[in-house]
Design a protein around this ligand. Structure first.
Ligand code: ZN
Ligand code: ZN
Length: 309
């Protein structure tokens, strides 16, 4: 399989493509940018022009007659033979030999040298995570082989504020309860540093989890950057932890009336305790790993203590 592969490569006369990941921020794909990327690549040695040695110093390998392959024939008995093909050990598959004293000093006979190359990568507005930017023929050079391509694959980093959903941008906007009930004005910083002002409609109440959007403030479209998606705003209402008792009647005056209930004679009075659902499920996972017997003396003992407080 392997030998077949190298031969096919030679026939194609084309080297391998080189793939590089490039990390980009959401700002960069929003605004577009040019990034310089330094990389190492093989180029044909200019001293020996890719021959590996002096002109005429390169001769065909006698062992393999220039094929780079050796064929061994094994007798299996009963008149059967097996042919095994291996890479020629004398020329390491090159098919040619250079007298060590005629070998090129610059490339040590390898015909290629490593060179630092700076690529200018144009990141266009609206490009997406995983998008490929192609540099045709910029791959490693090798004698008698058309170089492959360098392929830059964009890796979009997560943004602390904005989430991208195709052409849309999603943002979480925290508002205080007073703003949810009495209106708000908020400033949203865009990815290109503009300030957008949003204002609640007077009298409208914003509920926790409400979603609104601004047209044409999402991601620019690739190759059509004046067209933008939507900016989607998810509201998170921050409730106060406590209300001063004297404020309660004032609040009640402004809010829709509370429903009246009839308490039956036999009803039982209960005490409410705090309950942390997340902590509870964490403790259950912990218990499954360390305390399979269900022994209450272990991490589960905390629950008993909590109930008696
Ligand atoms: Zn050979
Ligand atoms: Zn050389």
């Amino acid at each position: 399989m392997f030998f077949g592969d190298t031969r096919r490569h030679k026939r194609d006369h084309r080297g391998k493509d080189v793939v590089h990941q490039m990390s980009v921020s959401l700002e960069e794909v929003y605004r577009g940018t040019v990034r310089k990327l330094a990389l190492q690549k093989n180029v044909i040695c200019d001293k020996c022009e890719g021959r590996g040695g002096k002109k005429g110093a390169v001769e065909q390998c006698q062992t393999c007659r220039g094929t780079g392959m050796q064929v061994q024939i094994q007798q299996l008995g009963l008149g059967m033979i097996q042919q095994i093909q291996t890479i020629c050990s004398d020329c390491r598959g090159q098919g040619e030999r250079i007298n060590p004293k005629d070998r090129c000093k610059q490339c040590q006979g390898k015909k290629v040298v490593r060179e630092r190359k700076i690529l200018e990568v144009h990141v266009d507005k609206g490009m997406v995570d995983g998008q490929k930017i192609l540099f045709t023929g910029e791959g490693d050079q090798e004698p008698n082989l058309e170089p492959g391509d360098i392929i830059i694959v964009l890796d979009e980093k997560e943004h602390p504020v904005y989430k991208r959903s195709g052409g849309d941008l999603i943002i979480r906007q925290e508002i205080q309860l007073v703003e949810a009930l009495c209106g708000y004005q908020k400033i949203i910083k865009t990815l290109d540093d503009r300030d957008l002002v949003i204002t609640a409609i007077p009298g409208e109440v914003t509920k926790h989890g409400d979603v609104k959007c601004i047209l044409n403030e999402g991601m620019p479209q690739y190759k059509n950057p004046f067209e933008k998606g939507r900016l989607i705003i998810q509201f998170v209402v921050i409730f106060p932890n406590q209300i001063a008792p004297e404020s309660i009647p004032v609040l009640e005056n402004c809010l829709p009336p509370r429903p009246e209930i009839m308490i039956p004679d036999q009803a039982e009075e209960c005490t409410l305790l705090p309950f942390d659902l997340e902590q509870e499920s964490r403790r259950r996972d912990h218990k499954n790993v360390y305390d399979e017997d269900g022994d209450m003396g272990g991490p589960g003992g905390q629950r008993v203590q909590c109930a008696t407080n």
